[in-house]
Write a protein that binds this ligand. Sequence first.
Ligand code: ADP
Length: 163
Amino acid sequence: MKCAVYPGSFDPVTLGHIDIIKRAAVMYDKLIVAVLINKGKKSLFSIEERVLMLKEALKDIDNVVVDSFDGLLVDYAKKQNASIIVRGLRMVTDFEYELQIAQTNRKISDDTVDTIFLVTDLQYAYLSSSTVKEVAVFGGDITKFVPDFVAKATYEKYKNQDE
Ligand code: ADP
């Protein structure tokens, strides 16, 4: 059984992430979407909220499971019997960063974990969780970037922060 891990912050999940997940899911028997627990990085949504939103967004894709992890990604991948890491590429700047991480992960896993890159669909090339938050904080329309229920939850977060 070929299993892959798609790791990320998903703070929050966007249509760009979902596109990558759908495309990767048909390539592997099982795809684990894994939210990285990064205590050093300030996030808008908690890990639990991000996992729940991903589960809701991906509930119709049978071979996708959502999980969270901390520590080294390659250790997590090995524990899950996954030999592939999936990452999305938007622009050249993504590539420079991702190349370094992919090579490091291959080395520290003794060449047992490889990274596969899927290039973004052009319509999502500019899209990131950060820009979604930057638009939402000022009440801008984010419904073209994230599922409707994620948009609602994001507006709600900022509303509660203001109160
Ligand atoms: P991270 O903090 O690990 O970069 P993100 O949640 O921002 O976490 O992204 C997770 C993965 O999804 C990364 O590989 C990123 O390049 C990819 N990704 C993010 N947005 C898009 C998009 N619009 N199109 C394609 N891939 C994307």
